[in-house]
Design a protein around this ligand. Structure first.
Ligand SMILES: Nc1ncnc2c1ncn2[C@@H]1O[C@H](COP(=O)(O)OP(=O)(O)OP(=O)(O)O)[C@@H](O)[C@H]1O
Ligand SMILES: [Mg+2]
Length: 352
């Protein structure tokens, strides 16, 4: 069945779902568009702040109806209280949502960057594995809904499992609990999320996953400073963010923007990682500072944030990453793994 046709049938089925205060979901003004992809069905229900819990049963019913029509597609239905223009649907006294912790997770560390392609995901994965190598219970959440790459980096295939009660069961890779929207999409599929849907999908991945007890959840953030960051930092207590930058000035200027935003949102910056910092020739082992040396370290000092380490530009990082065998586990005593592990130890120290 064509995706649009299925979307229309789901919308029609939602007319049998009641909303608090009377009325049905299909004709409720806060219902978003219903998006259907080959492996997922997603829509959001915008409610007045503070009304999220009251809409719980509505959401449950909506999931059931959509699931009944959607076959083995994963159904993502979010109730969002964060859409600014929902005041007109007010169902009672509004309470500001505020930042909350995620059940079972002691610490949340984001990995961010000012611009894309600087090695954020590669760093996130190896950083998470390094924390696990220090004996911590670690999970990783791929929050890059527009370009999820964590499943590939960890060699994961197949969709995430979902329990009967609608809670996700994360994948496990090299001892990490892993959740990614990438595990719900078919290969190469482009994703176009509309703002509030993206933020509610993230909220669901974060809060409706059975993480068990974690010491640390690492979140691979999308590049830059967008809706997803703002929603995450407004709703969740994030203990801090590690910023990844390449040595080029431009990337550092972008990194500064990301750092300014964190300051405004009262999220601590745990440190700056310089990635692709220097090149080690595979034949001679000689080191080349191809972008000049010490730029990121000096920039960190100027910005008043800790410099937590440099990762060399080496072919093996790219090759191991492409193969789904991250350097920290593929060659644990190699120089690359040691560089990542040193960063993890520094960040743990900063956090304490
Ligand atoms: N230190 C490194 N040495 C060699 N290659 C690297 C290194 N770090 C990352 N790469 C490679 O650079 C590419 C981009 O890395 P990655 O996907 O981690 O970046 P990103 O910042 O997450 O990108 P995006 O903004 O698209 O999410 C990948 O092919 C990765 O294997
Ligand atoms: Mg990435």
């Amino acid at each position: 069945m064509a995706d649009v046709e299925l979307a229309a049938r789901i919308k029609a089925a939602l007319s049998e779902v009641e909303i608090p205060g009377g009325g049905d979901l299909a004709s409720y003004a806060g219902l978003s568009e219903v998006i259907v992809t080959p492996s997922a069905i997603a829509f959001a229900i915008a409610v007045a702040p503070g009304m999220e819990a009251a809409f719980g049963p509505t959401r449950e019913q909506a999931v059931k109806r959509a699931q009944a029509l959607g076959g083995d597609r994963k159904v993502l239905v979010s109730v969002t209280g964060d859409k600014p223009n929902v005041a007109k649907f007010s169902h009672g006294k509004a309470t500001p949502p505020g930042k909350t912790k995620v059940d079972g997770i002691k610490r949340i560390i984001g990995v961010g960057s000012g611009k894309g392609g600087v090695g954020k995901s590669t760093t996130s994965v190896n950083f998470a594995l390094s924390l696990a190598a220090e004996g911590l219970k670690v999970g990783i959440l791929d929050a890059d809904l527009y370009g999820p790459s964590v499943p590939k980096l960890l060699g994961l295939e197949g969709k995430s499992a979902i329990r009967d009660d609608g809670i996700f069961t994360p994948h496990e890779a090299y001892g990490l609990k892993v959740m990614s929207i990438g595990s719900m999409l078919v290969d190469g599929q482009a994703v176009v999320w509309r703002g509030p849907m993206a933020t509610s999908a993230l909220r669901q991945l974060l809060r409706e996953t059975d993480w068990g007890d974690l010491d640390v959840l690492v979140i691979d953030l999308p590049p830059g400073t967008g809706d997803i960051h703002i929603a995450l930092f407004q709703q969740t207590i994030v203990d801090g963010v590690v910023i990844v930058s390449t040595p080029q000035d431009l990337a550092l200027i972008d990194a500064q923007k990301a750092i300014d935003m964190l300051g405004k949102m009262q999220v601590p910056v745990l440190g700056l990682v310089e990635n692709m910092s220097y090149f080690i020739a595979p034949d001679t082992g000689n080191r080349y500072d191809i972008f000049g040396s010490g730029g990121a370290e000096r920039a960190a000092a100027t910005m008043g944030i800790p410099f937590v380490g440099a990762i060399p530009l080496v072919m093996s990082i790219r090759e191991n990453s492409d193969a789904g065998t991250p350097p920290v586990v593929a060659v644990p005593d190699g120089a690359e793994a040691q560089a990542y592990r040193a960063i993890a130890r520094k960040v743990i120290t900063t956090l304490r």
